[in-house]
Design a protein around this ligand. Sequence first.
Ligand SMILES: Nc1ncnc2c1ncn2[C@@H]1O[C@H](COP(=O)(O)OP(=O)(O)OP(=O)(O)O)[C@@H](O)[C@H]1O
Ligand SMILES: [Mg+2]
Length: 411
Amino acid sequence: MDSRIVVGMDIGTTKVCTVIAKINEINELEIMGVGIVPSKGLRKGVVINIDSTATSIAASVEKAEIQAGIEVKGVYLGISGGHVEGINSKGVIAVSDKNHEINETDVRRVIDAATAIVIPVDREVIHIIPQEFIVDDQDGIKDPVGMSGIRLEALVNVITAAATSVNNILKSVNKAGFESSDIVLEPLAAAQAILTEEEKELGVVLVDIGGGTTDYVIFEGGSLRKTGIFSIGGNHITNDIAFGLKTPPIAAEEIKRKYGSAIVDYIPEEETIEVPGLGGRTPVLEKRRALAQIIEPRIEEILSLVNRELEKNGKKDFFAAGVVLTGGVALTPHIADLAGEVFNLPVRIGRPLGIKGLKDMVDSPIYSTAVGLTLYAQDNLPKLGPTNTRDDEKNFKSIIDRMRDWFNEFF
Ligand SMILES: Nc1ncnc2c1ncn2[C@@H]1O[C@H](COP(=O)(O)OP(=O)(O)OP(=O)(O)O)[C@@H](O)[C@H]1O
Ligand SMILES: [Mg+2]
């Protein structure tokens, strides 16, 4: 078994997507197989039925395995849902060395101090992400090791999730016959695939609008600053269309994808579309604008939720690289224009970057998370070991222990 194989698995509200990739001799990530199937068993990003989720997982892996010609054992998983929370926390220590030179032990101690917050027993820590260090009065330091100072301060972002939701995802994956190498916050994985280092440095907001959730992450000065998740997404748009145009949800989904627009005014007034009736009633002709009139306010509402969070921060002008939209809803025509109006910032649509191999297969905002998980795996490989090995010693406990170990994280 090639130890340089990494597998990312995005268990979304609407689809399960498995991406098998190989890290080649010059450390590039080559996509080798992709398996995407509709997901059954999730609501708003959260597993509500383990058996159905396991069935979708198995089907998705099988597709990817056939294409790659590789047997999957361990996977990197994404996690999302309204239960995920990120909090900023601060720790302060006195530098131990008598010459006041900061060493790795000090860094570990100050991170420990910053994370010595009370985590309720019903929550699991997913990531501990150091944001910046302050040495005496100098702030904005990324790596304080070797610097001189008396007082060392750390600002960290601690991301936690409901323990039951974490366990239900792990159980679904195990039930399908696979090991979980690690769990990663989905929008952070997506960020790995679609944001450039320059954007993260300048200040950027990534918004992933999926079927059941809208996730955002904010980067500034190269570090993650804030994350948030709303339990609303493209499925709500489909439901609105089904209700508004009196058509079955399956037809509503199809019409949305074929004729949708995020801006009403871009649709010629006279254009019509055929809308299937409920319960076998004859189809009716509707104005295509009527469809856009349902979509536009819903997307505007979703984007406004995120915009409100940015305004709470009170420094929207700092996001020089603007907003990057991804997830399936980012495929809605003209959504970048609408988002530009809502955020009053430059907007682009993000799809996976910086990969080789079968990259055309994942050239869509729908694949950002799954590809991002393989890139995350690649980054963490030297520390965690290859993902695609079966290790019977591994169990839930060890994954959760590892999630608590900040040193394996983004530092
Ligand atoms: N061409 C399109 N136009 C508009 N919407 C689309 C298009 N293609 C897909 N979508 C919508 O994107 C959503 C699915 O996106 P995605 O695959 O990112 O979600 P997911 O990862 O399964 O869900 P989540 O991340 O919320 O758990 C669905 O609501 C779907 O209707
Ligand atoms: Mg998703």
